[in-house]
Design a protein around this ligand. Structure first.
Ligand code: ZN
Length: 433
């Protein structure tokens, strides 16, 4: 039990240290470096050793780590876990300063992905992301991560007296109703380049050195364990940092695996994955082929490896809601802390089929972990994952699974401590099997 609580606390630390996809990659990288993984560069050639531990980063926001197995990849294939580093929220627009009533300084923002907008109101918000600075070589701008870990802004609600629909169907306008308030301006000039000045002082650079930024809002408060026996984990970005956290930890723990074990953390799942660091790219296919070549294999070995590989696409799964049980399927009703969820969809928005499920169920049995099933109610469409997208680029058997969770895409999501530890155990079993 102590280990379960410790691992849940580690997830809270991980989510808190990873307010954006860039930070999720940086936090993951720290963990990998601590465990003696060696960084590879896409622009150099790879000479890999069996048993070697490696990782690479693309665009500061996607990461693939792997341990080369003792057996040839053409014999044992790849054991791959896929997850995503991004989460829905608000991105700060260029030239974001806006003045209201000649006094209130607001930030212009754009919604990223599909957050539950109303959960972002009245929360202390901080700002984090990536800043691009002037460099000697224009082809390689200097990149700095930024995390203003202070409650610098807030999206205030409108009083219920002025919005009688507040509890009966209020639909916030994404351009006008959700802009965060930064402060009160006393002199007109203060408004100009306010954010650039803030960035410059945080990063200790000159304002004119800042060329651009990819900055997001995030909830300032750290997540917490909740419940009478602390059985729940409440935090931002559980979807899908819980899978990234469990997968990377499982990879760091494996000892001398036979198969080559891979943890793929993609960006941009929340906006469709169609970027060079998203799952709808050649990233995974290229890395797997380069691993094969780095281990002195050729194209034939690569395709043979794919044929005996398996991908676990790990992402959040909807648990039955305690107040809204009618929203769930009548027979498949996942409960938090009751085991990992296998997700199935007749229309193939998940990759799972009977064969891939059979493999996963047996891995869970070996790891002493229960499984549950998720299917959408037939009159609801549901979400998707990186699973089906990845499998259009690499021909590998695949399954979609996840932690049962509530409040998916809220500023604070909820999952269970038992399930998070179960995920670690099953992924460990998968890598070592
Ligand atoms: Zn997700």
């Amino acid at each position: 039990m102590k280990h379960t609580i410790d691992f849940a606390q580690q997830l809270l630390d991980f989510c808190y240290a990873s307010p954006t996809a860039f930070h999720a990659v940086a936090t993951t990288r720290e963990l990998l470096e601590k465990n003696k993984f060696v960084q590879l560069n896409e622009s150099t050639s790879w000479k890999l050793k069996s048993g070697g531990k490696y990782y690479l980063i693309r665009n500061d926001s996607a990461l693939i780590a792997f341990v080369a197995g003792s057996a040839a990849v053409s014999e044992q294939g790849f054991r791959i876990v896929g997850a995503h580093t991004d989460s829905p929220g608000f991105r700060i627009k260029p030239a974001p300063e806006m003045l209201a009533e000649n006094s209130y300084l607001k930030l212009n923002t754009e919604v990223y992905g599909g957050p539950i907008l109303t959960t972002w109101f009245d929360r202390p918000l901080a700002i984090a992301g990536r800043v691009a600075l002037k460099s000697k070589n224009p082809m390689q701008p200097q990149i700095r991560l930024l995390n203003i870990r202070r409650p610098v802004c807030i999206i205030p609600n409108i009083a219920i007296h002025m919005n009688p629909d507040a509890n009966t169907g209020f639909a916030p306008n994404k351009q006008t109703d959700t802009l965060p308030l930064l402060g009160i301006i006393t002199q007109k000039l203060e408004e100009k380049n306010y954010l650039a000045r803030l960035i410059a002082s945080e990063l200790r650079v000159k304002e004119h050195e800042i060329l651009d930024f990819d900055l997001f809002l995030y909830e300032y408060e750290r997540g917490s364990l909740i419940g009478t026996t602390e059985e729940f984990i409440s935090s931002g970005r559980i979807d899908d940092l819980a899978s990234v956290h469990a997968g990377i930890n499982a990879l760091c723990k494996i000892v001398k695996p036979t198969a080559t074990c891979v943890m793929a953390c993609f960006d941009h799942e929340e906006v469709g994955s169609s970027t060079m660091q998203g799952a709808d790219s050649q990233l995974l296919a290229e890395v797997l082929e380069r691993i094969t070549m780095g281990l002195k294999g050729g194209r034939d070995e690569y395709f043979r490896a794919l044929a005996s590989s398996y991908i676990i696409s790990a992402d959040g799964a909807h648990a039955v809601h305690p107040n809204m049980g009618a929203k769930a399927d009548p027979t498949s009703r996942p409960i938090i802390n009751n085991g990992l969820v296998i997700k199935l969809s007749a229309n193939r928005s998940y990759t799972t089929d009977a064969v891939t499920a059979a493999t996963f169920i047996q891995l869970c049995e070996k790891a002493g972990v229960k499984t549950q099933r998720f299917v959408n109610r037939s009159d609801m469409r549901g979400g998707s994952t990186i699973g089906p997208i990845s499998s259009t680029h690499v021909s590998i058997r695949s399954i979609d699974i996840g932690l049962p969770m509530l409040a998916m895409h809220s500023i604070r999501e909820l999952c269970g401590i038992q399930d998070h530890s179960a995920m670690l155990r099953v992924l460990g079993e998968f890598y070592q099997s």
